[in-house]
Structures are given as structure tokens and as C-alpha cells.
Write a protein that binds this ligand. Structure first.
Ligand code: ZN
Length: 133
């Protein structure tokens, strides 16, 4: 059901400063910025091998990323697994009574279709399912 780790999401206070750190210290290059209004975030993706790092800065004080930073400080916020049929995976999880944040896919950065599994169901780790076309 899972093909690979699509990306690791990191909550940051300042996207441009964090990008500079990843680019200067690790020599990585981002592939563009995007605002996802639905999720109240500005996002930058940094390819690393076959996966990516997703840096997330909140655009609103009441956004999920702002709340995460308030509670935990900056750091890894979620891990995203690539799936090829997100509806099917969600149906399977529902059948197993796994607690979900999203019962239906929503639109994520880069035109992906995404859904989150509740961290209470996965040892405290927020897991994103991510289908790309
Ligand atoms: Zn993500």
C-alpha cells in the first residue's frame, strides 16, 4: 500500500531563513515556493534522493503549523507516505477502525491529494498519505 517516503514535513518559523540553512549547510536546492491557503501554510520542497523535505511556515496564527510550533517548537511535524490509490487506502484504514483526521482526500502542495492519519493511531507520529498523479 505504501510505495516510499514521499517527504518529511518540518515546521519552521521563517521559511526563507530555514531554506538558507538547508541550502548553505547541506548544499541542497529547493524547487520553488507555494502557498496552500487551505492549510494556512507557505511550503518549500527540497528534493533529497527519491524523497523530499517539506518546509512549512504558517501564514496564520491559528494554523496547524503555528499551533505545532507553539506547543513543540520547530521540528519534524509529519512523515508523508506515497500511495498510489489514496481512496482505497483510506477505505482499508476505515475498515480497520484506524482513527483518521481526514476521511476524504484533500488538496495538498504540488497538486497532490493528501489525507492525515491521527497521531493517536500511530505512536504519536502524524502520518500523511500522499497520492501524486
Ligand atoms: Zn506534507
Amino acid at each position: 500500500m505504501v510505495e516510499k517516503i514521499d517527504h518529511i514535513g518540518i515546521a519552521v518559523k521563517n521559511l526563507n531563513e530555514s531554506l538558507r540553512v538547508f541550502e548553505e549547510i547541506l548544499g541542497l536546492k529547493s524547487i520553488g515556493l507555494e502557498t496552500v491557503t487551505d492549510q494556512k501554510v507557505k511550503v518549500a520542497f527540497i528534493p533529497v534522493g527519491e524523497s523530499e523535505i517539506e518546509l512549512l511556515e504558517s501564514t496564520e496564527p491559528d494554523g496547524a503549523i503555528a499551533k505545532f510550533i507553539e506547543k513543540n517548537g520547530e521540528g519534524i511535524q509529519h512523515i508523508a507516505f506515497r500511495v498510489d490509490n489514496i481512496e482505497k487506502v483510506l477505505e482499508d484504514l476505515k475498515a480497520q477502525k484506524v482513527r483518521l483526521i481526514d476521511e476524504k482526500p484533500r488538496k495538498g502542495a504540488g497538486g497532490a491529494r493528501i489525507a492525515f492519519i491521527h497521531p493517536k493511531a500511530t505512536n504519536g507520529v502524524l502520518i500523511e498519505l500522499c497520492e501524486r498523479t
